[in-house]
Design a binder for this molecule. Structure first.
Ligand code: ADP
Length: 455
């Protein structure tokens, strides 16, 4: 299935008047699409070669603040330009917007035209290349969970984020009746994404009022990250078109279940055979898979930041909510951080359940691959699977319980520094400490209500 357009296809559609707008986008640190809307004639005549953006786009926080402490850019260096280099193999229609297509860009240094190493696409490409050098290709799928709300983003903002009514009144896990009521958003979302070349498998109600999940067919890690990014963007835009809001904040209320982004992973040989399946081994797990999973476990603390990048992300990790708290692997057991799926079959894969709905899929996938590659290179042995209710397992190692801990594990990770480069880890370690510093300055509603009279 491909809805992707060649550059020649695009030129024809522009000439016939079917396309008048090209979204020229990069993926920022937060996993968002940023960029410019080109008049299509200008894009096909000139901008397809390259365009430019301020180099602060890979160093702002989620609110576009400009923290200090980044080597790549600063007020001192005058916040110059990056080159946005359109990847002409990524032109796709945006069917929920009239006459519009989208293209993703690689980010290059303005002077040298070398890839900017901390750009999320470059970070993932590097790990894909390392895996390729070992003779493997990863196939991955990232699930998207999110909440739909009755009102629009603007109405909710105007109410100070207090008027948060989920679109449904009850836990709608697998419910057909309730999700029928949400088809005004979900049906166009599925259909538009498929028409944009994103292979949606299904959507379903999730285990909380107003919570939906979108599943996309597994593909190469780069395609998977691209699908995820565009699908998340489309979810917000289509909800907005319907006068509703969709949030990917992992935990919007402490009494409600959080939203995850589970990551399914399998390795394949360059000839296209499963490198994870060995029918003669226990559970059908090949030696390669055992080493890979052992790497995911050993380096889980190192990689947690890339799966949970904000203070709020850590509120998800609560016992009894299907979000993990312990670094274990298990066979088809949803209380574990890493769940073996499809055991004994060619569909065998490992599902990482640590990530929240706020992860940047490029960075999260890169971190998972780096951990798995370390497992392969170190030929790590895999401990037996954990059984039963893992939340109650006192011997198992905890997943970092706060952004502060995860940021420290990231910063100290020799493995990630070697795999991704010191410059990349320094960059994201700064992003992590900035988030913590910002939060630490704020007096929350909780503190006021708790202490106002009684302190
Ligand atoms: P679940 O019961 O966890 O929802 P699904 O069968 O719906 O499981 O699969 C979840 C995701 O796993 C889907 O996006 C699917 O495309 C993906 N998937 C299936 N097989 C593989 C594989 N071999 N490698 C990676 N991902 C896979």
């Amino acid at each position: 299935m491909t809805a992707l357009l060649s550059f020649d296809d695009l030129k024809q559609r522009v000439a016939s008047g079917d396309v008048d707008t090209v979204l020229v986008c990069l993926v920022d640190m937060q996993g968002r699409l940023m960029g410019k809307r080109f008049h299509a004639t200008n894009f096909v005549d000139h901008a397809y070669i390259e365009t430019h953006c301020c180099n602060y786009l890979l160093a702002t926080d989620i609110e576009m603040a400009t923290p200090d402490g980044y080597a790549s850019t600063s007020w001192e260096s005058g916040y110059g330009d990056y080159v946005m280099k359109p990847d002409l193999n990524s032109i796709r229609p945006v069917p929920w917007l009239e006459g519009t297509v989208m293209v993703l860009c690689d980010i290059l240094d303005h002077h040298t035209h070398e890839p900017v190493s901390h750009s999320p696409r470059a970070v993932l490409k590097r790990q894909v290349e390392r895996l390729h050098a070992l003779g493997f290709e990863a196939k991955t799928a990232t699930e998207l969970e999110f909440f739909l709300f009755e009102k629009s983003f603007d109405e909710i903002r105007q109410s100070g984020f207090r008027d948060l009514q989920p679109i449904s009144g009850y836990n709608e896990d697998y419910h057909i009746l309730q999700t029928t009521k949400e088809e005004g958003i979900m049906r166009p979302l599925r259909n538009h994404l498929v028409a944009a070349g994103i292979p949606v498998e299904n959507s379903k109600g999730e285990a909380e009022a107003g919570q939906e999940e979108l599943n996309i067919r597994y593909d190469s890690a780069l395609n998977c990250a691209e699908f995820h990014t565009i699908a998340k963007h489309a979810t917000k835009e289509i909800a907005w078109q319907q006068g509703r809001a969709a949030t990917f904040l992992p935990k919007w209320h402490h009494d409600r279940v959080g939203s995850s982004s589970h990551i399914h992973q399998s390795l394949w040989t360059l000839d296209g055979d499963s490198a994870f399946f060995d029918k003669t081994s226990e559970h059908g797990m090949s030696q390669t898979m055992s080493h890979y999973v052992a790497g995911l476990l050993k380096y889980a603390p190192d990689s947690t930041y890339f799966l949970a990048p904000y203070v709020n992300s850590y509120k998800r990790f609560a016992a009894g909510t299907f979000a993990p708290t312990k670094v274990t692997w298990s066979i088809d057991n949803r209380t574990s951080a890493f769940r073996l799926c499809g055991d004994g079959t060619k569909a065998i894969r490992i599902e990482c359940r640590v990530g929240g709905s706020d992860l940047n899929p490029y960075l999260a996938l890169a971190a998972q691959l780096a951990c798995g590659i370390a497992g392969l290179e170190e030929k790590l042995a895999l401990a037996p699977p954990t059984r039963g209710d893992v939340y109650k397992n006192k011997r198992a190692k905890n997943i970092p319980t706060s952004l502060r801990d995860a940021a420290q594990s990231l910063n100290r990770s020799k493995m990630l520094r070697q795999a991704m480069g010191d410059d990349v880890i320094d960059h994201y370690a700064r992003a992590a400490t900035w988030e913590q510093e910002e939060f630490d300055q704020v007096v929350t509603d909780y503190e006021v209500a708790r202490g106002f009279e009684r302190a």
